[in-house]
Design a protein around this ligand. Structure first.
Ligand SMILES: Nc1ncnc2c1ncn2[C@@H]1O[C@H](COP(=O)(O)OP(=O)(O)OP(=O)(O)O)[C@@H](O)[C@H]1O
Ligand SMILES: [Mg+2]
Length: 287
């Protein structure tokens, strides 16, 4: 690789653990406060990440139902255009990538999902879809443009999971502390292996590595669960890394897709992001 760009899939086979919230907060923080060039890719057909950015920045797709359409702008950019493209090199970037400015003057880009969840059926060919993100990043040399590309994954195993992992250098695993978390982490490792094996050619130059588990929605009461998970023999044997810093639970984040920590003055949450960011960079340098 002739670049320093890191492609990171944010993934867990369990729903509602904070994948999207952590992705949006971390990426936004890194572009706003750390001057990193960030691209987000929304690979979840539910498109929560996209809705969060659209809501906060007044955007929509023309087909979106919207009762406050007056002050929203229409964007054409969507991942659907990428899935539908027969020749990726002929696809212009503005059909796929939408740019944003953060409140304090930073900028970041997003490949928005679409709410037309029929897109799996509509799309021509699963094998092309699996390779589409990889090919897009490669063809348009996006690794030369960005410092980090974050891919928000769905909680189920599908063609999107494969599409996310093929271009990824790392995957980051948000885990909400719970008694079944150990099983979830083990299951994810199996899914990753099942994707890696038949696609070995994609991982020759950049072996896909587990960046680690970040505990999410962390409360003081969760500490005994976290200790229990970390001490599990099976996970120790698998050499799973657990972030020292946890993504804290906050009432401010519950069902508030329009809330961005970096736009507010909350030292507790900002410090949590800062520390996770530092740990990610240390971890990447160490791997
Ligand atoms: N740190 C946090 N503190 C409080 N609430 C949170 C936090 N992180 C996420 N949530 C809330 O938990 C719920 C699930 O979060 P999120 O949508 O990020 O999970 P997800 O893993 O992306 O879900 P899915 O699997 O459906 O994509 C949302 O209501 C969100 O607001
Ligand atoms: Mg999500």
């Amino acid at each position: 690789m002739d670049d320093n760009c890191k492609v990171i899939s944010v993934i867990n086979m369990k729903g509602g653990v904070g994948k999207t919230t952590l992705t949006k907060e971390l990426g936004y923080f890194m572009s706003d406060k750390k001057e990193k060039k960030i691209l987000f890719i929304d690979l979840n057909p539910q498109s929560n990440l996209t809705q969060s950015f659209f809501l906060n920045f007044g955007l929509r797709h023309s087909e979106d139902l919207n009762d406050q359409a007056n002050d929203t702008q229409i964007t054409e950019a969507s991942i659907q255009n990428l899935f539908d493209a027969s020749v990726i090199k002929d696809l212009s970037l503005d059909k796929v990538i939408q740019s944003f400015k953060t409140r304090s003057g930073g900028s970041f880009d997003l490949i928005p999902g679409t709410l037309s969840t029929i897109f799996l059926e509509r799309s021509s060919n699963a094998s092309n879809m699996e390779k589409s993100i990889y090919n897009f990043i490669d063809t348009h040399e996006l690794r030369k443009v960005y410092d980090y590309i974050f891919i928000d994954c769905p909680p189920t195993y599908s063609v999107y999971t494969v599409a996310a992992l093929l271009p990824s250098d790392f995957y980051l695993v948000p885990v909400e502390p719970g008694i079944y978390s150990v099983l979830g982490i083990q299951m994810l490792e199996k899914v990753v292996s099942a994707i890696k094996e038949p696609n070995a050619v994609f991982f020759k130059e950049k072996p896909l590595k587990n960046l680690g588990v970040v505990f999410t929605r962390y409360k003081d009461e969760s500490s005994y669960l976290v200790d229990m998970i970390i001490e599990t023999k099976k996970l120790k044997e698998m050499d799973i890394y657990f972030f020292n810093e946890h993504f804290l639970n906050s009432k401010k984040l519950i069902d508030r897709p329009d809330y961005f920590i970096s736009d507010h003055d909350d030292a507790r949450l900002s410090d949590s992001l800062e520390n996770i960011f530092t740990e990610i960079e240390e971890r990447i340098n160490g791997l």
